[in-house]
Design a protein around this ligand. Structure first.
Ligand code: PLP
Length: 379
Protein backbone atom coordinates (compact mmCIF):
# COMPACT_ATOMS: atom_id res chain seq x y z
CA UNK A 1 0.00 0.00 0.00
CA UNK A 2 1.25 3.49 -0.73
CA UNK A 3 1.30 6.14 1.98
CA UNK A 4 0.15 8.95 -0.25
CA UNK A 5 -2.16 8.77 -3.25
CA UNK A 6 -0.23 8.25 -6.47
CA UNK A 7 -0.31 10.79 -9.27
CA UNK A 8 -2.03 10.14 -12.59
CA UNK A 9 1.12 9.06 -14.42
CA UNK A 10 2.06 6.55 -11.74
CA UNK A 11 -1.45 5.13 -11.61
CA UNK A 12 -1.59 4.93 -15.42
CA UNK A 13 1.62 2.91 -15.80
CA UNK A 14 0.67 0.52 -12.98
CA UNK A 15 -3.12 0.35 -13.44
CA UNK A 16 -4.56 -3.11 -13.06
CA UNK A 17 -1.25 -4.97 -12.87
CA UNK A 18 -1.46 -8.22 -10.92
CA UNK A 19 0.85 -8.91 -7.99
CA UNK A 20 4.26 -9.86 -9.43
CA UNK A 21 4.83 -13.60 -9.82
CA UNK A 22 8.33 -14.94 -10.35
CA UNK A 23 8.97 -15.86 -14.00
CA UNK A 24 5.62 -14.39 -15.12
CA UNK A 25 5.24 -11.25 -17.29
CA UNK A 26 4.28 -7.90 -15.77
CA UNK A 27 1.06 -7.76 -17.77
CA UNK A 28 -0.10 -11.30 -18.62
CA UNK A 29 -0.94 -11.81 -22.29
CA UNK A 30 -4.48 -12.10 -23.66
CA UNK A 31 -6.37 -15.23 -22.65
CA UNK A 32 -8.13 -16.67 -25.69
CA UNK A 33 -10.82 -18.97 -24.38
CA UNK A 34 -14.45 -19.66 -25.26
CA UNK A 35 -14.71 -21.98 -22.27
CA UNK A 36 -12.58 -22.87 -19.26
CA UNK A 37 -12.01 -26.27 -17.65
CA UNK A 38 -14.98 -26.78 -15.38
CA UNK A 39 -15.19 -30.24 -13.82
CA UNK A 40 -18.08 -30.80 -11.39
CA UNK A 41 -19.90 -27.83 -9.89
CA UNK A 42 -20.20 -24.50 -11.71
CA UNK A 43 -17.92 -22.38 -9.56
CA UNK A 44 -14.84 -20.16 -9.72
CA UNK A 45 -14.28 -16.93 -11.57
CA UNK A 46 -13.89 -18.30 -15.12
CA UNK A 47 -16.47 -20.60 -16.64
CA UNK A 48 -17.59 -19.42 -20.07
CA UNK A 49 -16.12 -16.72 -22.33
CA UNK A 50 -19.26 -14.60 -22.61
CA UNK A 51 -19.45 -14.25 -18.80
CA UNK A 52 -15.89 -13.56 -17.72
CA UNK A 53 -12.32 -13.57 -18.98
CA UNK A 54 -9.07 -12.98 -17.03
CA UNK A 55 -7.93 -10.35 -19.56
CA UNK A 56 -11.12 -8.34 -18.92
CA UNK A 57 -10.65 -8.73 -15.17
CA UNK A 58 -7.27 -6.99 -15.31
CA UNK A 59 -8.51 -4.27 -17.67
CA UNK A 60 -11.57 -3.66 -15.50
CA UNK A 61 -9.37 -3.27 -12.44
CA UNK A 62 -7.16 -0.84 -14.36
CA UNK A 63 -10.02 1.36 -15.58
CA UNK A 64 -11.56 1.33 -12.09
CA UNK A 65 -8.27 2.55 -10.58
CA UNK A 66 -8.25 5.47 -13.03
CA UNK A 67 -11.94 6.41 -12.95
CA UNK A 68 -12.62 5.88 -9.26
CA UNK A 69 -9.32 5.66 -7.37
CA UNK A 70 -9.71 4.29 -3.86
CA UNK A 71 -13.44 3.66 -4.28
CA UNK A 72 -13.85 0.07 -3.11
CA UNK A 73 -17.58 -0.07 -3.87
CA UNK A 74 -17.24 0.95 -7.52
CA UNK A 75 -17.21 -1.75 -10.20
CA UNK A 76 -16.17 -1.69 -13.85
CA UNK A 77 -17.60 -3.67 -16.76
CA UNK A 78 -15.91 -3.60 -20.18
CA UNK A 79 -17.80 -3.92 -23.45
CA UNK A 80 -17.21 -4.51 -27.15
CA UNK A 81 -17.72 -0.80 -28.00
CA UNK A 82 -18.79 2.50 -26.54
CA UNK A 83 -22.33 2.01 -27.83
CA UNK A 84 -22.50 -1.41 -26.17
CA UNK A 85 -21.64 0.35 -22.90
CA UNK A 86 -24.08 3.23 -23.48
CA UNK A 87 -26.98 0.92 -24.23
CA UNK A 88 -26.05 -1.41 -21.37
CA UNK A 89 -26.80 1.38 -18.89
CA UNK A 90 -29.85 2.82 -20.60
CA UNK A 91 -31.52 -0.44 -21.51
CA UNK A 92 -30.71 -2.26 -18.28
CA UNK A 93 -31.99 0.55 -16.05
CA UNK A 94 -35.07 1.90 -17.82
CA UNK A 95 -38.38 -0.01 -17.84
CA UNK A 96 -41.61 0.66 -19.75
CA UNK A 97 -43.28 3.69 -18.19
CA UNK A 98 -39.99 5.13 -16.84
CA UNK A 99 -38.69 8.51 -17.97
CA UNK A 100 -35.14 9.07 -19.17
CA UNK A 101 -33.62 12.52 -19.73
CA UNK A 102 -31.09 12.72 -22.57
CA UNK A 103 -29.06 15.63 -23.95
CA UNK A 104 -30.30 16.78 -27.36
CA UNK A 105 -26.77 17.71 -28.45
CA UNK A 106 -24.99 14.48 -27.53
CA UNK A 107 -23.27 11.83 -29.64
CA UNK A 108 -25.11 11.32 -32.92
CA UNK A 109 -26.15 7.72 -32.16
CA UNK A 110 -28.16 8.85 -29.10
CA UNK A 111 -31.29 9.58 -31.20
CA UNK A 112 -31.15 5.96 -32.37
CA UNK A 113 -31.05 4.85 -28.74
CA UNK A 114 -33.93 7.19 -27.99
CA UNK A 115 -36.03 5.51 -30.70
CA UNK A 116 -35.23 2.12 -29.18
CA UNK A 117 -36.14 3.29 -25.67
CA UNK A 118 -39.42 4.69 -26.93
CA UNK A 119 -40.16 1.46 -28.78
CA UNK A 120 -39.88 -0.28 -25.38
CA UNK A 121 -42.34 2.17 -23.80
CA UNK A 122 -39.78 4.40 -22.06
CA UNK A 123 -40.59 8.12 -22.10
CA UNK A 124 -37.70 10.33 -23.21
CA UNK A 125 -37.23 14.02 -22.51
CA UNK A 126 -34.35 16.02 -23.96
CA UNK A 127 -32.66 19.34 -23.28
CA UNK A 128 -29.31 20.87 -24.29
CA UNK A 129 -26.12 20.27 -22.31
CA UNK A 130 -25.25 23.97 -21.91
CA UNK A 131 -26.66 26.07 -19.03
CA UNK A 132 -27.53 22.83 -17.18
CA UNK A 133 -30.80 22.86 -19.14
CA UNK A 134 -31.48 19.20 -18.33
CA UNK A 135 -32.23 20.30 -14.72
CA UNK A 136 -35.66 21.48 -15.79
CA UNK A 137 -36.57 18.02 -17.13
CA UNK A 138 -35.71 15.93 -14.06
CA UNK A 139 -39.07 15.65 -12.36
CA UNK A 140 -39.92 11.98 -11.78
CA UNK A 141 -37.19 10.70 -14.09
CA UNK A 142 -35.59 7.29 -13.55
CA UNK A 143 -32.30 8.20 -15.23
CA UNK A 144 -30.47 11.35 -16.25
CA UNK A 145 -27.93 10.94 -19.04
CA UNK A 146 -25.23 13.62 -19.31
CA UNK A 147 -22.54 14.00 -21.93
CA UNK A 148 -19.97 16.58 -20.88
CA UNK A 149 -18.14 17.95 -22.79
CA UNK A 150 -20.72 17.19 -25.46
CA UNK A 151 -19.70 15.79 -28.82
CA UNK A 152 -19.29 17.66 -31.13
CA UNK A 153 -20.43 21.05 -29.72
CA UNK A 154 -18.17 20.89 -26.59
CA UNK A 155 -20.73 22.36 -24.24
CA UNK A 156 -20.22 21.52 -20.57
CA UNK A 157 -22.73 21.05 -17.76
CA UNK A 158 -22.19 21.15 -14.01
CA UNK A 159 -22.24 17.44 -13.08
CA UNK A 160 -22.22 18.04 -9.33
CA UNK A 161 -25.19 20.40 -9.50
CA UNK A 162 -27.22 18.13 -11.77
CA UNK A 163 -26.32 15.01 -9.77
CA UNK A 164 -27.39 16.64 -6.48
CA UNK A 165 -30.76 17.61 -7.94
CA UNK A 166 -31.19 14.18 -9.51
CA UNK A 167 -30.30 12.34 -6.30
CA UNK A 168 -32.79 14.43 -4.31
CA UNK A 169 -35.52 13.20 -6.64
CA UNK A 170 -34.35 9.56 -6.74
CA UNK A 171 -33.03 9.82 -10.31
CA UNK A 172 -29.92 7.85 -11.32
CA UNK A 173 -27.19 9.79 -13.14
CA UNK A 174 -24.95 8.53 -15.93
CA UNK A 175 -22.18 10.60 -17.52
CA UNK A 176 -20.70 9.84 -20.92
CA UNK A 177 -17.05 10.50 -20.10
CA UNK A 178 -15.64 9.68 -23.54
CA UNK A 179 -14.32 13.13 -24.36
CA UNK A 180 -12.55 13.87 -21.09
CA UNK A 181 -11.48 10.32 -20.25
CA UNK A 182 -10.66 9.07 -16.76
CA UNK A 183 -7.69 11.39 -16.26
CA UNK A 184 -9.68 14.40 -17.47
CA UNK A 185 -12.79 13.97 -15.33
CA UNK A 186 -14.06 11.59 -12.63
CA UNK A 187 -17.86 11.52 -12.84
CA UNK A 188 -18.33 9.26 -9.80
CA UNK A 189 -16.50 11.78 -7.59
CA UNK A 190 -18.82 14.45 -9.00
CA UNK A 191 -21.86 12.46 -7.83
CA UNK A 192 -22.74 10.29 -10.83
CA UNK A 193 -23.89 6.68 -10.47
CA UNK A 194 -22.33 5.58 -13.76
CA UNK A 195 -19.36 6.77 -15.78
CA UNK A 196 -19.70 5.42 -19.29
CA UNK A 197 -17.23 5.78 -22.14
CA UNK A 198 -16.09 4.71 -25.52
CA UNK A 199 -12.58 3.34 -25.01
CA UNK A 200 -12.19 3.51 -28.79
CA UNK A 201 -11.04 7.13 -28.45
CA UNK A 202 -8.45 8.73 -26.18
CA UNK A 203 -8.42 5.92 -23.63
CA UNK A 204 -6.68 3.55 -26.04
CA UNK A 205 -5.51 6.28 -28.40
CA UNK A 206 -4.17 4.43 -31.42
CA UNK A 207 -7.29 4.23 -33.57
CA UNK A 208 -6.97 0.47 -33.91
CA UNK A 209 -9.69 -1.03 -31.72
CA UNK A 210 -13.23 -0.60 -30.42
CA UNK A 211 -13.99 -0.83 -26.72
CA UNK A 212 -16.41 0.52 -24.14
CA UNK A 213 -16.77 0.51 -20.38
CA UNK A 214 -19.11 1.39 -17.55
CA UNK A 215 -17.93 2.21 -14.04
CA UNK A 216 -20.80 1.81 -11.54
CA UNK A 217 -21.10 3.35 -8.08
CA UNK A 218 -22.32 0.27 -6.22
CA UNK A 219 -22.00 -3.53 -6.45
CA UNK A 220 -25.76 -3.76 -7.15
CA UNK A 221 -25.54 -1.45 -10.16
CA UNK A 222 -22.42 -3.29 -11.35
CA UNK A 223 -24.23 -6.63 -11.19
CA UNK A 224 -27.10 -5.36 -13.34
CA UNK A 225 -24.75 -3.99 -15.98
CA UNK A 226 -22.66 -7.18 -15.90
CA UNK A 227 -25.79 -9.29 -16.31
CA UNK A 228 -26.81 -7.13 -19.28
CA UNK A 229 -23.46 -7.86 -20.95
CA UNK A 230 -23.96 -11.58 -20.45
CA UNK A 231 -27.49 -11.46 -21.84
CA UNK A 232 -26.66 -9.32 -24.88
CA UNK A 233 -23.20 -10.77 -25.42
CA UNK A 234 -21.57 -7.44 -26.33
CA UNK A 235 -18.20 -8.68 -25.05
CA UNK A 236 -14.78 -7.33 -26.02
CA UNK A 237 -12.34 -9.70 -27.68
CA UNK A 238 -9.40 -10.70 -25.43
CA UNK A 239 -6.95 -9.18 -27.91
CA UNK A 240 -8.74 -5.81 -27.87
CA UNK A 241 -8.97 -5.90 -24.08
CA UNK A 242 -5.27 -6.63 -23.77
CA UNK A 243 -4.27 -3.96 -26.30
CA UNK A 244 -6.41 -1.49 -24.37
CA UNK A 245 -4.72 -2.38 -21.10
CA UNK A 246 -1.28 -2.07 -22.70
CA UNK A 247 -2.24 1.38 -24.04
CA UNK A 248 -3.22 2.66 -20.59
CA UNK A 249 0.44 2.82 -19.54
CA UNK A 250 0.92 5.80 -21.87
CA UNK A 251 -2.46 7.41 -21.17
CA UNK A 252 -1.12 10.31 -19.17
CA UNK A 253 1.76 11.00 -21.57
CA UNK A 254 -0.51 10.93 -24.60
CA UNK A 255 -3.18 12.93 -22.91
CA UNK A 256 -0.81 15.66 -21.70
CA UNK A 257 0.63 16.23 -25.17
CA UNK A 258 -2.73 15.99 -26.93
CA UNK A 259 -4.48 18.35 -24.52
CA UNK A 260 -1.60 20.85 -24.81
CA UNK A 261 -1.81 20.60 -28.60
CA UNK A 262 -5.57 21.16 -28.55
CA UNK A 263 -5.18 24.29 -26.44
CA UNK A 264 -2.35 25.64 -28.59
CA UNK A 265 -4.41 25.02 -31.68
CA UNK A 266 -7.48 26.71 -30.20
CA UNK A 267 -5.37 29.74 -29.30
CA UNK A 268 -3.94 29.93 -32.82
CA UNK A 269 -7.39 29.55 -34.37
CA UNK A 270 -8.83 32.31 -32.19
CA UNK A 271 -6.69 34.82 -34.11
CA UNK A 272 -8.07 33.78 -37.53
CA UNK A 273 -10.82 35.90 -39.08
CA UNK A 274 -12.27 33.03 -41.16
CA UNK A 275 -12.85 30.93 -38.00
CA UNK A 276 -16.13 31.34 -36.12
CA UNK A 277 -17.83 29.36 -33.37
CA UNK A 278 -14.50 28.27 -31.92
CA UNK A 279 -14.99 25.94 -28.93
CA UNK A 280 -12.55 24.32 -26.54
CA UNK A 281 -13.27 24.10 -22.80
CA UNK A 282 -9.65 25.01 -21.97
CA UNK A 283 -9.85 28.42 -23.65
CA UNK A 284 -10.43 31.01 -20.91
CA UNK A 285 -12.83 32.82 -23.27
CA UNK A 286 -14.95 29.71 -23.88
CA UNK A 287 -18.49 29.84 -22.41
CA UNK A 288 -17.84 26.45 -20.77
CA UNK A 289 -14.50 27.34 -19.25
CA UNK A 290 -15.59 28.29 -15.72
CA UNK A 291 -17.57 25.08 -15.16
CA UNK A 292 -14.96 22.97 -16.97
CA UNK A 293 -12.16 24.40 -14.83
CA UNK A 294 -14.08 23.41 -11.67
CA UNK A 295 -14.83 19.82 -12.61
CA UNK A 296 -12.29 18.79 -15.23
CA UNK A 297 -8.66 17.95 -14.54
CA UNK A 298 -7.70 18.48 -18.20
CA UNK A 299 -9.78 19.77 -21.09
CA UNK A 300 -9.57 17.08 -23.76
CA UNK A 301 -8.08 16.81 -27.21
CA UNK A 302 -10.99 18.10 -29.26
CA UNK A 303 -11.43 21.59 -30.70
CA UNK A 304 -14.43 22.53 -32.80
CA UNK A 305 -14.87 25.51 -35.10
CA UNK A 306 -16.69 26.65 -38.19
CA UNK A 307 -15.25 27.72 -41.54
CA UNK A 308 -17.27 29.90 -43.92
CA UNK A 309 -18.96 27.09 -45.88
CA UNK A 310 -18.78 23.44 -46.92
CA UNK A 311 -16.37 23.94 -49.86
CA UNK A 312 -14.06 26.05 -47.68
CA UNK A 313 -14.01 23.35 -45.01
CA UNK A 314 -13.35 20.62 -47.57
CA UNK A 315 -10.44 22.55 -49.10
CA UNK A 316 -9.01 23.09 -45.62
CA UNK A 317 -9.15 19.37 -44.85
CA UNK A 318 -7.50 18.52 -48.18
CA UNK A 319 -4.71 21.04 -47.58
CA UNK A 320 -3.68 19.51 -44.22
CA UNK A 321 -0.57 17.33 -44.31
CA UNK A 322 -0.34 16.09 -40.72
CA UNK A 323 -4.04 15.61 -40.10
CA UNK A 324 -6.09 12.72 -41.45
CA UNK A 325 -9.62 13.39 -42.66
CA UNK A 326 -11.28 10.78 -40.48
CA UNK A 327 -14.00 10.48 -37.89
CA UNK A 328 -13.47 9.49 -34.24
CA UNK A 329 -11.09 11.40 -31.96
CA UNK A 330 -8.53 11.03 -29.21
CA UNK A 331 -5.86 9.24 -31.29
CA UNK A 332 -2.14 9.98 -31.28
CA UNK A 333 -2.38 11.03 -34.94
CA UNK A 334 -4.42 14.18 -35.44
CA UNK A 335 -7.71 13.78 -37.25
CA UNK A 336 -10.35 16.23 -38.37
CA UNK A 337 -13.61 16.03 -40.23
CA UNK A 338 -16.44 18.14 -41.57
CA UNK A 339 -18.99 16.90 -39.13
CA UNK A 340 -21.98 17.86 -41.28
CA UNK A 341 -21.14 15.09 -43.75
CA UNK A 342 -22.81 12.55 -41.45
CA UNK A 343 -26.09 14.45 -41.32
CA UNK A 344 -26.75 13.58 -37.65
CA UNK A 345 -25.58 16.71 -35.81
CA UNK A 346 -27.20 20.16 -35.80
CA UNK A 347 -24.04 21.90 -37.04
CA UNK A 348 -23.26 24.38 -39.85
CA UNK A 349 -21.94 23.00 -43.16
CA UNK A 350 -18.46 24.38 -42.46
CA UNK A 351 -18.25 22.90 -38.93
CA UNK A 352 -14.97 21.08 -38.23
CA UNK A 353 -14.36 18.70 -35.34
CA UNK A 354 -10.61 18.58 -34.84
CA UNK A 355 -8.87 16.02 -32.65
CA UNK A 356 -5.33 16.98 -31.68
CA UNK A 357 -2.81 14.16 -31.78
CA UNK A 358 0.60 13.83 -30.17
CA UNK A 359 2.63 15.52 -32.90
CA UNK A 360 5.08 18.28 -31.95
CA UNK A 361 2.97 21.31 -31.10
CA UNK A 362 4.80 23.67 -33.48
CA UNK A 363 4.43 21.23 -36.39
CA UNK A 364 0.73 20.71 -35.82
CA UNK A 365 -0.14 24.39 -35.39
CA UNK A 366 2.02 25.32 -38.41
CA UNK A 367 0.28 22.70 -40.55
CA UNK A 368 -3.17 24.00 -39.64
CA UNK A 369 -2.22 27.65 -40.19
CA UNK A 370 -0.56 26.77 -43.50
CA UNK A 371 -3.71 24.96 -44.66
CA UNK A 372 -5.87 27.92 -43.65
CA UNK A 373 -3.54 30.31 -45.51
CA UNK A 374 -3.67 28.15 -48.64
CA UNK A 375 -7.44 28.12 -48.65
CA UNK A 376 -7.66 31.85 -47.96
CA UNK A 377 -5.31 32.62 -50.88
CA UNK A 378 -7.15 30.29 -53.27
CA UNK A 379 -10.51 31.81 -52.53
N1 PLP B 1 -20.09 8.35 -26.78
C1 PLP B 1 -19.45 9.34 -27.42
C2 PLP B 1 -19.41 10.70 -26.79
C3 PLP B 1 -18.83 9.11 -28.65
O1 PLP B 1 -18.22 10.13 -29.27
C4 PLP B 1 -18.89 7.82 -29.22
C5 PLP B 1 -18.26 7.54 -30.53
O2 PLP B 1 -17.83 8.44 -31.23
C6 PLP B 1 -19.58 6.82 -28.53
C7 PLP B 1 -20.15 7.12 -27.31
C8 PLP B 1 -19.69 5.44 -29.11
O3 PLP B 1 -18.47 4.77 -29.06
P1 PLP B 1 -18.08 3.55 -30.01
O4 PLP B 1 -17.87 4.11 -31.38
O5 PLP B 1 -16.86 2.97 -29.39
O6 PLP B 1 -19.23 2.59 -30.01
Amino acid sequence: MNDQPWGDGTRAVRAGLPEPVKNEPTLPGPVFAAHFHLPGEVEGPYTYGRDTNPTWTLLEAAIGELEAPGDEAAGTVVFASGMAAVTAVLLSQARAGDTVVLPDDGYQALPLVRAQLEAYGVRVRTAPTGSDAQLAELDGARLLWLETPSNPGLDVCDVRRLAEAARAGGTLVAVDNTLAGPLGQRPLELGADFSVASGTKGLTGHGDLLLGYVVCRTPELTERVRLWRKVVGAVPGPMEAWLAHRSLATLQLRSQRQCANALALAEALSARPEVTGLRHPGLPSDPSHATAARQMRSFGQVVSFTLPDRAYAERFLEALRLVEDATSFGGVRSTAERRGRWGGDAVPEGFIRFSAGAEDTEDLVADVLRALDLVAVGR
